[in-house]
Design a protein around this ligand. Structure first.
Ligand code: GLN
Length: 277
């Protein structure tokens, strides 16, 4: 049984749990999944993978700090290298760097060597939807795989810069410090696997101009064709600017659960190989 958690401190966590359930029902050769809302380090400990939902990232990180789960979250993502997916505010928290807003900085979890620009498209009233063909979904076996995905952007961040992937980056003016790095207590076999994950580079998974065909009139939006990066992956960490949890389309959840299964299998094989040596 694979346990997938959704960080439930603030934001659209119950929507994610619902879509995970729908996705699991869609996954044919399903291992059994257990989904749980995560509010404590003890609950996080039980998880093989984690989703950090959309919401308000400053609030979420304040609540996380107060719940003493910020450190365990960094360990989960950056030391154990467990599959973690952040949507919108979740993407911000998983970035190593985020620009400041009027309200000031925030503690990040980190894991993605990118800098995000919060509220890139402006205020709430500038929220928009875009029907995009997301290339990574083409690998799922869903029958509706060719339909565009309705991406909902609400005060959304974008990835404005890919950072050199090691922690030696200097801090520039107007930038938050990179999220604290937890030093891995390496040496054990599982940590070797985590180290491999650590060496992976940032992959751009989608930009706003990601489209297999020209936009229809009813799909047009002010930002159509922009090159803004709206989804990235680096090893175990995946983040997107938009809110799949605010649609009833479970295709990204299906794809991501597949990635979680692969990661769990990799870990099991690795542990087995080292045990039988
Ligand atoms: N702009 C929000 C933030 O900075 C994120 C918005 C969202 O998750 N819809 O946290």
């Amino acid at each position: 049984c694979i346990t997938v958690g959704v960080l439930a401190l603030q934001g659209a966590f119950s929507e994610h749990v619902q879509l995970l359930r729908a996705a699991a029902a869609n996954t044919s050769s399903a291992p059994t999944f257990r989904f749980m809302e995560v509010r404590t380090p003890e609950q996080l400990q039980q998880c093989d993978g984690l989703i950090i939902p959309g919401g308000e990232s400053t609030t979420m990180s304040l609540v996380a700090a107060r719940s003493n789960i910020l450190g365990p979250l960094r360990e989960f993502v950056k030391v154990k290298r467990r599959p973690t997916w952040g949507t919108c505010a979740g993407l911000i928290l998983l970035a190593e760097s985020a620009n400041r807003t009027k309200k000031g900085g925030q503690d990040l979890i980190g894991g993605l060597d990118v800098r995000v620009n919060r509220n890139h498209f402006g205020r709430q009233t500038e929220s928009f939807q875009a029907n995009l063909h997301l290339p990574f979904l083409e690998s799922t076996k869903e029958t509706s795989k060719n339909d565009p995905y309705r991406c909902v952007f609400i005060r959304a961040p974008v990835v404005e810069k890919i950072l050199p992937s090691n922690k030696a980056l200097g801090i520039q003016e107007g930038e938050n410090e990179r999220a604290d790095t937890v030093v891995a207590p390496s040496k054990t076999p599982v940590d070797e696997l985590a180290k491999q994950e650590l060496e992976r580079e940032v992959e751009i998974m989608a930009t706003l101009s990601t489209n297999a065909e020209p936009l229809q009139e009813n799909q047009k939006h002010a930002h159509a064709g922009a090159e803004d990066i709206i989804a990235v992956r680096q090893g175990n960490v995946f983040g997107c600017s938009f809110h799949p949890e605010l649609t009833d389309d479970a295709r990204i959840h299906v794809w991501w659960l597949g990635e979680v299964v692969k990661a769990v299998e990799r870990r099991q094989q690795f542990e087995l190989a080292h045990r039988t040596k």
